[in-house]
Design a protein around this ligand. Structure first.
Ligand code: SAM
Ligand code: SF4
Length: 327
């Protein structure tokens, strides 16, 4: 039997979300404050070699799936060099990327060739002025990035839309039609109170039940299945391929099936998006820890994993922005 990582609540941990930077070329208002520039210093970033060592250790401990995230992962220079190295590690069977797609047109083919196969792309609106207001960026670049990704052969490409009342809740049908046309999977997400930015956006919080009810007025939705779909609950339009996922961290948390931990750019393992339990690997790596001791440290860290987040009970608790933990 290959080894497995199990946490104190008997959940198997087989998925690592790896943040390769806390920087970003957008400023989505619910994620990162405008003008924010208090980033990790380059000497504190894990190097590609250090990341490879940690992910190799996770691979030996039974982790099979890695998602590269950030901040915006495409702002980390030479990312395809890292993804090629991670894709080649024993045990790592699934390498995926979360991105805002601003720089994807340029990097799409190299990423695909390096072994990344699945993409999650953030896109909250199809209206350029609104996109600018939400993110400070240019929608056109994202659309070009998405089309390049489609041409490169990524599958599936999932669009993640954070639904916010009074901001983009009038675009649910437009987004379904966009994804239907291009063969993308669509996932709607509830805003989470991560940092002040997330808490401010919580004022526009819209529960997924409401989103689903609006869509049901337009489409005959039936339960759907998405392999490797994670915490999303999927529906589909009867008789069609398009999958529509609903991610409900607030209205219906899915902590009892949590299978993941997060590694931040400074080498800290975070056990839960909504809690502060963490374990610093960088000092150990830089002190010359052996592979066996690194595996033991990871096992020790997993023992810290809390049972669940408390976004609803203690919304003030998490001071990290989403971009710091690796969302
Ligand atoms: N930059 C990449 C991107 O935007 O996809 C990857 C990192 S981003 C932090 C990952 C996801 O977190 C995005 O889908 C984003 O919409 C989501 N996110 C950020 N802040 C959030 C918040 N307060 N509530 C809910 N989702 C949030
Ligand atoms: Fe950047 Fe992603 Fe956060 Fe937007 S959600 S500011 S794209 S890290």
């Amino acid at each position: 039997m290959p080894p497995t990582l199990t946490d104190p609540f008997d959940r198997r941990i087989d998925y690592v979300r790896l943040s390769v930077t806390d920087r970003c070329d957008l400023r989505c208002y619910y994620c990162m404050p405008e003008g924010h520039n208090d980033f990790e210093a380059p000497q504190d970033w894990l190097s590609f070699e250090e990341i490879e060592r940690v992910i190799a250790a996770f691979g030996r401990l039974g982790v099979q799936r890695i998602r590269i995230t950030g901040g915006e992962p495409l702002v980390r220079r030479d990312l395809p060099v890292l993804t090629a190295r991670l894709a080649a590690l024993p045990g790592i069977e699934d390498l995926s990327l979360s991105s805002n797609a601003v720089q994807l047109e340029r990097h799409s083919q190299a990423l695909y060739d390096s072994g990344v196969r699945r993409l999650n792309i953030s896109l909250d609106t199809l209206n350029p002025a609104r996109f600018k207001a939400i993110t400070q960026g240019k929608l056109e670049k994202v659309i070009n990035g998405l089309m390049a990704a489609k041409a490169s052969g990524f599958a599936p490409i999932k669009i993640n839309m954070v639904v916010m009342r009074g901001v983009n809740d009038d675009e649910l049908v437009d987004m379904v039609e966009f994804c239907r046309k291009h063969g993308f999977t669509l996932r709607f997400i509830e805003t989470m109170p991560m940092g002040d930015t997330g808490r401010n956006a919580a004022e526009q919080y819209m529960p997924m039940d409401e989103v689903q009810a609006i869509l049901q007025e337009h489409y005959p939705l039936v339960p759907g299945v998405m392999p490797g779909g994670g915490p999303a609950r999927y529906m589909q339009i009867a008789g069609e391929e398009l999958k529509i996922g609903f991610i409900t961290p607030m209205s219906q948390h899915f902590c009892e099936t949590c299978n993941r931990i997060r590694l931040s750019v400074d080498g800290t393992l975070y056990m839960c998006l909504g809690q502060d339990h963490s374990f610093a690997l960088r000092p150990l790596l830089r002190a010359g820890i052996s592979d066996a001791a690194l595996e033991a440290a990871i096992i020790e860290a997993i023992a810290l994993k809390p049972e669940r987040h408390e976004f609803s009970e203690k919304p003030e608790q998490v001071v990290r922005f989403m971009s710091m933990t690796g969302g």
